[in-house]
Design a protein around this ligand. Structure first.
Ligand code: FDA
Length: 388
């Protein structure tokens, strides 16, 4: 029988947050309309985690997120945890594994997560309209989207990353229209580019090493990868979220070695060259480039201790000065977005316009690499769904 009740809420954006919010609210008995301008929902989920969707991180806590208000995410993250999402994945018999650092991936395909969310939407009687766009108005206490209207509107259109998958600034535009502030959106979890004077490192394209990379408060021990344009790999993507123009990225190439290791190497292997010693610790091409840059020549036994100490200091705190990022086209997420200042951390509802909600990546809450961004999408969706 067709449902002729009025809609309780219209959700714009059928990505991770929008689909999950629609499903939960529908299952709470709300009549929900879920819209997306793409003809296929969840396109970012499909390509996420290299096609296996890193759907959560077991260690997700507010400390793993960046926001102008670092406390904002606590309430939602605390009320819908990684275990809650894992229980749903298990209910749908989707096999998964922990890859590293608490990151959970599907054994099979990201498609299973999209199918699960669509099944949950169907269980909640969610109505969907994909592949069209509509005007949005607010009058007489209701939100009018095309020919449909509802007392609540949920903005779930994500950030600006990967425009070719359908990313737009719609959530920011609407929020701004209703008087919300937008924290400047910037590409994050994105490769960094190096200027010509550091071009030497571009010759290392394809070489990676396990390092500690730092920018400001961001410090990550993971792999860094040299590319023909600059720096990439998990360690660099992580620190890119903390990076602003003018900042140095500091790399410790040998984080496991304590102070004095090079002088010790001189005593143990006085007839080895610096380059040879480095090549035992780092990929050969990287060792050669670093040795050339440090200009430590000849057998270690003939190199003054002071020179070795200087080389050691540089190897544990190499300064790269990126001149930019690879931009929204390559960024996994957008940092910044709808300011949390005028949103309820409990419900994600606007404090300015009753009935207006914002969830997921559209909000100024950005997770580290490793399943954190999906956990925020699920948790913020859950918070809003309880209030619809
Ligand atoms: P999301 O972007 O998922 O959805 C927004 C929806 O709104 C889209 O369906 C879009 O079409 C729609 N929309 C946009 N503008 C619209 C408009 N004007 N009208 C109507 N609809 C509109 N995270 C993680 O935790 N683990 C991972 O493995 C990965 N991997 C990953 C890989 C790659 C390549 C990218 C680009 C990103 C990731 N991420 C990730 C990040 C993760 O995908 C992202 O944070 C979430 O998808 C955000 O969920 P949202 O629902 O907020 O936005």
């Amino acid at each position: 029988m067709p449902d002729d009740r009025p809609y309780d809420a219209i959700i714009i954006g059928a990505g991770a947050a929008g689909m999950f919010c629609a499903a939960l609210a529908g299952q709470r008995g709300r009549r929900i309309l879920l819209l997306d301008h793409n003809s296929e929902p969840g396109r970012k989920i499909l390509i996420s985690g290299g096609g296996r969707c890193n759907f959560t991180n077991v260690g997700a806590q507010a400390e793993n997120f960046l926001s102008a208000n670092p406390h904002f995410a606590k309430s939602a993250l605390g009320r819908f945890t990684p275990s809650d999402f894992i229980a749903l994945v298990d209910k749908h018999r989707i096999a998964w594994h922990e890859k590293t650092l608490g990151q959970l991936f599907c054994d099979g395909s990201s498609r299973q997560i999209v199918a699960m969310l669509l099944d949950e939407c169907a269980a909640g009687g969610v109505e969907t309209a994909f592949g069209g766009s509509s005007t949005i108005e607010h009058r007489d206490g209701a939100f009018h989207v095309g020919k449909s209207s509802a007392p609540a509107l949920v903005l779930a259109t994500g950030g600006l990353s990967i425009p070719k998958l359908g990313a737009t600034s719609l959530a920011y535009d609407i929020a701004r229209r209703f008087g919300h502030k937008i924290v400047e959106p910037r590409p994050a979890l994105v490769p960094l580019t190096l200027p010509v004077d550091q071009a030497l490192f571009k010759e290392l394209s394809g070489v990676s090493a396990n390092v500690v990379a730092s920018v400001g408060k961001g410090r990550f021990r993971e792999a860094a990868l040299f590319t023909h344009r600059g720096l990439s790999g998990p360690a660099i993507l992580q620190v890119s979220s903390y990076w602003r123009h003018g900042d140095a990225v500091i790399i410790d190439f040998l984080p496991d070695l304590g102070a004095g290791w090079l002088r010790q190497a001189k005593r143990d292997h006085p007839q080895q060259t610096f380059r040879r010693v480095l090549a035992r610790l780092l990929p050969e091409r990287l060792a050669a480039t670093l040795a050339d840059q440090l200009r430590v020549e000849g057998d270690l036994g003939n190199v003054p201790d002071r020179t070795l100490e200087g080389a050691e200091r540089q190897l544990s705190g190499w300064h790269f000065l990126p001149n930019g990022t690879e931009g929204f086209a390559k960024a996994e997420v957008t940092i910044g977005g709808i300011s949390t200042a005028d949103l309820s951390s409990r419900t994600m509802e606007s404090r300015r316009v009753p009935g207006l909600f914002a969830i997921g990546e559209a909000v100024d809450v950005t997770g580290w690499l490793g399943g954190y961004n999906f956990q925020w999408a699920w948790a913020s969706a859950y918070a809003a769904a309880q209030a619809l």
